[in-house]
Design a protein around this ligand. Structure first.
Ligand code: GDP
Length: 409
């Protein structure tokens, strides 16, 4: 009996020792290397497989990462030098597949119709009145002015409508709708190139470099959100993107942008809070070149209290980026709800950088969609994208026809 008990004790001890070895052996394997020093600026790798169409890592990437200090990616990232995942590590967020851009305005049409109801349908109702007297024309004018169309464009439109209604004869609802549609489209313009220029440029060394897009605007307009949404638009269109968090003024901006990037597998180059935006922008393009990305999107800080400071900073960001090669697009983000104030902002920004396109945000929350006309007149550049909500895919290419149809149908 004693022998049996002894044999059992020995067996338990031996088994315990073996399993202990296995566990400690596993533990050893899982031990990560000592963490890297704080990055300055750092490049955060996306948390999971890059999306379709993104280039695989090149040896140059690895080399660069050992030179620069790189924040190690989270669990499942495909970076060679990443340590094996700790079982306790929080699961990396899955990379999302953004909604295709084509047809987004169709989905968002109801939101647009709702917010711009007074403009489109209001005008139609007024034009359908039995007697188009002076008072009615004044109401039409007021409707346009209230929607922020601007004084000169309003007068032009009213004049043309008066002329055309006169020769129209019978005013059928269909006839009036067609007339208003045509005139609103003339006012907004259908010929402008509204594509966001993201094509590769030729770098100063003669090689191809990623398309570079700078996003500028006053803080609070939705600039960082728009940069994140635009990354999704580009990824949806099959492009690989690197983000540059050059808004070092607003504390949470870099984290916010990085989260947007991680959701679609785009790297974010960032620096310390209050750091030099130009150097982050420079590094972002450098990173884009290193990983042969299609597009680099640079979020910038926008404070208007010192115009000279803003001028210096934005001008410097652009000049420093241009040491790599051309900036293909400078998008000005304007909050549609700010009305005339938005136009003042537009003027200031246009003085400091060459704006090539406008993004009008928060059109879902205001009836002042006429600002599209006013801002295009003011800057002489087209509205290229519109924001219609806080959802990740609520940024749509601006299509005048779809826009006007949503207004009056
Ligand atoms: P930034 O300081 O200019 O970078 O501003 P943020 O990107 O942080 O955006 C400010 C707020 O505006 C956030 O709450 C966004 O969700 C919101 N926002 C941005 N675009 C839109 C939009 O198109 N519609 C609505 N309703 N909210 C938006």
């Amino acid at each position: 009996m004693e022998t049996v008990i002894l044999a059992v004790i020995i067996a338990v001890v031996v088994l315990g020792a073996i399993s202990g070895l296995v566990v400690s052996g596993r533990k050893k394997k899982q031990l990560p290397p000592s963490p890297p020093a704080a990055p300055k600026p750092s490049v955060t790798a996306p948390p999971a497989e890059p999306h379709v169409g993104e280039e695989a890592e090149t040896p140059r990437d690895e080399e660069r990462r050992t030179i620069e200090e790189v924040t190690l990616p989270t669990a499942e990232a495909p970076v060679a030098e990443a340590p094996a995942a700790e079982p306790e590590a929080p699961a990396a967020p899955a990379v999302e597949v953004p909604e295709p851009t084509a047809g987004r305005l169709v989905r968002l049409r109801a939101r647009l119709s709702r917010s711009q109801n007074t403009l489109g349908k209001g005008l139609l109702t007024l034009l359908s009145r039995e007697h188009l007297d002076e008072e009615t024309w004044e109401e039409i004018e007021d409707t346009l002015l209230t929607a922020d169309v601007g004084v000169a464009p309003t007068q032009e439109l009213v004049e043309r409508l008066r002329e055309r209604v006169k020769v129209l004869g019978t005013r059928t609802p269909e006839g009036l709708r067609a007339l208003l549609r045509e005139e609103l489209l003339t006012l907004i313009g259908t010929d402008a190139d509204r594509s966001v220029h993201t094509a590769n440029g030729i770098g100063n060394g003669g090689d191809e470099i990623p398309g570079v897009v700078m996003v500028v605007g006053v803080n609070g307009t939705g600039k960082t959100t728009t940069t994140g949404k635009l990354a999704r638009v580009l990824v949806a269109d099959g492009k690989s993107v690197v983000l540059g968090a050059a808004d070092t003024f607003r504390a949470a901006a870099a984290d916010q942008l990085q989260t947007w990037g991680e959701r679609v597998g785009a790297r974010t180059v960032r620096g310390p809070e209050g750091g030099d935006p130009a150097s982050i922008a420079f590094d972002a393009v450098k990173e884009g070149i290193a990983e042969s990305a299609d597009v680099v999107l640079i979020d910038t800080a926008g404070r208007l209290h010192t115009k000279t400071g803003l001028m210096d900073e934005l001008g410097k960001v652009k000049r420093v980026v241009e040491k790599h090669g051309p900036v293909g697009e400078v998008l000005l983000v304007l909050d549609a709800t700010t009305g005339q104030n938005g136009l003042v902002q537009a003027r200031v920004f246009a003085e400091v950088v060459d704006i090539t396109g406008v993004v009008l945000t928060k059109l879902d929350g205001t009836a002042k969609g006429g600002i599209i006309v006013a801002v295009q007149r003011e800057l002489g550049v087209p509205v290229k994208l519109i924001g219609l909500g806080e959802g990740a895919d609520d940024l749509a290419p601006f299509e005048p026809e779809a826009f006007v149809d949503a207004l009056i149908d």
